[in-house]
Design a protein around this ligand. Structure first.
Ligand SMILES: [Zn+2]
Ligand SMILES: [Zn+2]
Length: 355
């Protein structure tokens, strides 16, 4: 089969002919129908500092955002069958450690990530454990199916316990309108947030427009600076501050801002990842505010998936999330896709299995 293979510890990757994977015991093999490019993939392509430290095994087929049709099931597989369309949960877990045994598989002590620690989805065929192949509900196109991993991140960030009560009738501020921030706007509105205010740096018009399309009540230009930004959020929340603040940008300044924008007793979810250690005034940001803070990684397995599927019964949500795909390319043009994301002209680039 053909696959995008990263072989050397330097920028770039090649389309190569490699062995087609076969399903072993407890595994499935699916034929890729759509994949999408994540920021992580750009890091691996560019071979930046993060990739140099994080990627242990080369050569590797990378990519993890996926939708495909099951073509082979290994011994003992029961939950999925040949012909099923599936998306991929990218956290591959041991099922036996303390976290796995206590209902927290997404933070397994021996976690492996599809397309980072194991061969991933930029290939004609993809192998994964049965548990990671999530059968799609009706009405989900392959392109949308390939977005369920980041949509799961967004859903988990919005509602860490998958309860509408976490968000219903609440005012929400979301810092950062990259793909997952955009998805979080749509999910928060769908779950009944009374008002969603999003922030994004003013240079990205595509993101402003999409944030509106997702249903944001206001989109603020973060380049106005912290003081003005906080004032705007206060004004939008009757001077109270937001009940819920979601930090999705990975900018240190935004992490400080969300606590300033938060109403006392409010809740913060942090999905953003920061290049450096962040100094935070913990006394005022968290302690005296009696704030609740959630660190978000992956998706709850599989409560978040269930909640996401429930939300996706809405045609409106399906069409909003699909509209985040700004470009669709044949996978042979993946390098162009990387370039589009680097220039930030796109929200999401979807890849079709055209080699
Ligand atoms: Zn991703
Ligand atoms: Zn485990």
């Amino acid at each position: 089969m053909r696959a995008i293979v990263k072989r050397l510890r330097r920028p770039g990757a090649e389309i190569e002919e490699v062995d087609t994977p076969r399903a072993r015991k407890g595994e499935v093999v699916a034929r890729m129908a759509a994949a999408s490019i994540c920021g992580t993939d750009v890091h691996i392509w560019d071979w930046n500092h993060w990739a140099e430290k994080r990627i242990r095994r080369l050569p590797i087929i990378f990519g993890h955002e996926f939708c495909g049709e099951v073509v082979e099931v290994g011994e003992g597989v029961e939950a999925v069958a040949e012909g099923d369309m599936v998306s991929a949960e990218t956290h591959i877990v041991d099922g036996s450690c303390y976290q796995c045994r206590t209902g927290r598989m997404h933070i397994c002590r021996n976690l492996k990530i599809l397309g980072v620690d194991t061969d991933g989805v930029f290939a004609e065929y993809v192998r994964m454990p049965e548990m990671n192949a999530r059968r799609l509900p009706k009405g989900i196109s392959p392109r949308l199916g390939s977005l369920l991993e980041p949509l799961g991140n967004a859903t988990f960030t919005v509602a860490p316990h998958e309860q509408c009560a976490d968000i219903e009738d609440k005012t929400v501020v979301i810092t950062g309108c990259g793909p997952i921030g955009l998805m979080a706007i749509a999910v928060a509105k769908k779950m009944g947030a009374s008002k969603v205010v999003a922030t994004e740096m003013g240079t990205e018009k595509v993101r402003f427009d999409l944030a509106k399309r997702m249903g944001a009540d206001a989109v603020l230009d973060a380049s106005m600076g912290t003081e003005a930004l906080v004032r705007e959020v206060m004004a939008a929340t009757d001077g109270k501050g937001a009940d819920v603040a979601l930090e999705m940008s990975g900018a240190a300044i935004a992490l400080k801002q969300v606590f300033m924008m938060l109403t006392p007793g409010g809740r913060v979810s942090i999905l953003g990842l920061y290049n450096d250690t962040v100094a935070l005034d913990v006394n005022n940001a968290i302690t005296f505010k009696s704030a609740t803070v959630y660190g978000i990684t992956g998706r709850r397995m599989f409560e978040t998936w269930d909640k996401m599927y429930e939300l996706l019964a809405s045609r409106d949500l399906r069409s909003k999330i699909t509209s985040i795909i700004t470009h669709t390319l044949p996978i042979r043009d993946i390098e162009k896709g990387m370039e589009i994301i680097r220039r930030e002209k796109a929200a999401k680039v979807s890849l079709a299995p055209e080699w």
